[in-house]
Design a protein around this ligand. Structure first.
Ligand SMILES: Nc1ncnc2c1ncn2[C@@H]1O[C@H](COP(=O)(O)OP(=O)(O)O)[C@@H](O)[C@H]1O
Ligand SMILES: [Mg+2]
Length: 242
């Protein structure tokens, strides 16, 4: 469903991603694990159209979307839950939901699952309880749910989750991974990036370890769950950037 080939990307300071290949079939979770500075957000932003790749391709259901502007990539079916959630401090939960609701374009590629505010609130009932509260007064976990809700309301085929459990209490971390599993079960292709191998293995069908913008290890999720030695070793070999 999502297919990235030979992706390079960087900033004026230099290249960050050095020819990355990865694919995420519909209904599966692909976790990219790497230390701070490995290039995870650069990857997610390059796929989402928030920055232009230097070379390589991003395909969505066979359609080449490389280098399209972010709003067109979003309309094509790629949803982003950004690092740090980025909810609006002054808008209520209900306002966020209303503004984010984008029924999929008619005549476009079919979506695995169509989401409405009512359906999102069924999945994330806490947001219903907090419907009148502004972004600034939500807990980290509630903000994360809201960021997820916002992305779902465009009925994506692909979800990009950039460190969705950053700063969350352990009970909420598990809740987020359960949600990720549920969404993959709906047929969504999930690309999740995380600095924590222990967390990423919980829901990943496939894993890629990213070190300095290169895939240094690929693993099957079941294999990594049964024996995380190789996964941990690949990360230990990678120097963490300050
Ligand atoms: N806007 C930017 N301008 C210049 N360099 C950047 C920018 N954003 C990230 N970088 C650099 O790109 C590298 C990868 O960053 P990033 O993709 O944010 O890593 P991660 O998300 O894995 O922590 C780092 O060396 C970082 O300093
Ligand atoms: Mg990041």
């Amino acid at each position: 469903m999502l297919e990235v080939t030979g992706l390079t990307a960087g900033y004026h300071g230099g290249t960050v991603l050095h020819g990355l290949d990865l694919s995420v079939p519909a209904g599966t979770v692909h976790a990219v694990v790497g230390h701070n500075g490995a290039g995870k957000t650069t990857l997610v932003h390059s796929v989402a159209g928030l920055m232009r790749p230097g070379s390589g391709t991003v395909r969505l259901g066979g359609r080449d979307v490389t280098g399209l502007p972010a709003h067109r990539i979003a309309r094509a079916g790629i949803g982003l839950v950004p690092q740090g959630r980025r909810v609006f401090a002054g808008l209520t939960v209900a306002e966020h939901l209303r503004l984010s609701h984008r029924p999929p374009p008619s005549g476009g590629a079919s979506r695995p699952s169509v989401w409405t505010p009512a359906r999102v609130l069924e999945l994330l009932p806490r947001l219903g309880e907090r419907r009148g509260h502004r972004g600034a007064s939500l807990s980290g976990g509630e903000q994360q749910m809201l960021a997820l809700a916002r992305a779902l309301l465009a009925s994506p085929s692909v979800l990009l989750l950039d460190e969705p459990t950053e700063g969350l209490a352990p009970a909420l971390v598990q809740q987020v991974y359960d949600l990720v599993t549920t969404l993959a079960g709906e047929g969504i292709a999930v690309l999740l990036v995380s600095p924590s191998p222990a967390q990423a293995v919980r829901c990943a069908d496939r894993l890629t370890v990213l070190t300095s913008g290169r895939a240094v290890l690929r693993s099957d999720g079941d294999l990594a769950r049964a024996d995380p030695t190789a996964l941990n070793a690949a990360l230990e070999l990678a120097p963490a950037k300050a």
